[in-house]
Design a protein around this ligand. Structure first.
Ligand SMILES: Cc1cc2nc3c(=O)[nH]c(=O)nc-3n(C[C@H](O)[C@H](O)[C@H](O)COP(=O)(O)O)c2cc1C
Length: 186
C-alpha cells in the first residue's frame, strides 16, 4: 500500500477482532513513531504499552468518570464494570506521553512532534493488518488514569491509542476538499 492510499484508508477503528497484537508488531510501530520530525532532537515522546491489568485500571478510572452521570449506585457500578471490561478486552492499548520541557517554545514543539510520532504509528498500522483509534480527553490527566499508566510527574499523557485487527472498516467521514481551505499567497 503506498502512503497516499494508507492516508486515505486510515479510519478510527471502534471494534477489533480478538486476535492478539504481538510485541514485535508493537515494536515495529514504535520504531515508525520515533522517526517523526523533531526540532532540536529532544525525543520528547514516551510510550507505555498497557497490559490487561493496566488497561483494566485505566478503564476503571474512565468508567468512574462516566459513572458520575449515572442515576443510581447500581447503574454507576454497571457503567464502571462495562468500561473496565471493554478496556481489558482490547487487543492492545498504548498511552503516549510527552516529557514536559521548561521552555514554553520547546514544550509546544515537543507536543507537536509527539503527535507526529502518533500519526506515524497510525499510518504504519495498516501495513501490519492493524487498525487504531486515537483517544484523548480530561481522563488523561486524571490521577487514577495516570497511576494506571505509571507515568511520572515530568510527563503529560497526550494520546491513548487502541490497537488491533479491525472487525470492520468504517466508512470515511466526509472532509472538505483541501482547495476550499487553501490560500495560495502570491
Ligand atoms: C487529537 C485527537 C483526539 C481524539 N480524541 C478522541 C476521543 O477522545 N474519542 C474518540 O472517540 N475519538 C477521538 N479522536 C478520533 C476522532 O474522533 C476521529 O479521528 C474523527 O471522528 C474522524 O474519523 P476518522 O479518524 O475515522 O477519519 C481523536 C482524534 C484526534 C486527532
Amino acid at each position: 500500500m503506498n502512503l497516499f492510499d494508507a492516508i486515505r484508508a486510515r479510519r478510527s477503528i471502534k471494534d477489533f477482532t480478538p486476535r492478539p497484537v504481538s510485541r514485535e508488531q508493537i515494536e515495529q510501530l514504535l520504531e515508525a513513531a520515533v522517526q517523526a520530525p523533531n526540532h532540536r532532537l529532544t525525543e520528547p515522546w514516551r510510550f507505555y504499552v498497557l497490559g490487561a491489568q493496566a488497561r483494566r485500571a485505566y478503564g476503571a478510572a474512565l468508567g468512574a468518570r462516566k459513572a458520575k452521570r449515572a442515576e443510581d449506585p447500581a447503574a454507576a457500578a454497571e457503567v464502571i464494570r462495562k468500561v473496565e471490561e471493554k478496556h481489558a478486552a482490547l487487543p492492545a492499548m498504548l498511552a503516549v506521553s510527552v516529557v514536559l520541557a521548561q521552555d514554553p517554545e520547546v514544550r509546544e514543539e515537543d507536543l507537536a512532534a509527539t503527535y507526529m510520532a502518533v500519526q506515524n504509528l497510525l499510518l504504519a498500522a495498516p501495513a501490519l493488518g492493524l487498525g487504531t483509534h486515537l483517544k484523548t480527553g480530561a481522563i488523561m490527566q486524571d490521577p487514577r488514569a495516570r497511576a494506571a499508566v505509571g507515568v511520572p510527574e515530568a510527563e503529560r499523557i497526550i494520546a491513548i491509542v487502541e490497537l488491533g485487527e479491525p472487525a470492520a472498516q468504517p466508512a470515511a467521514k466526509a472532509r472538505k476538499p483541501a482547495p476550499a481551505l487553501t490560500t495560495w499567497v502570491p
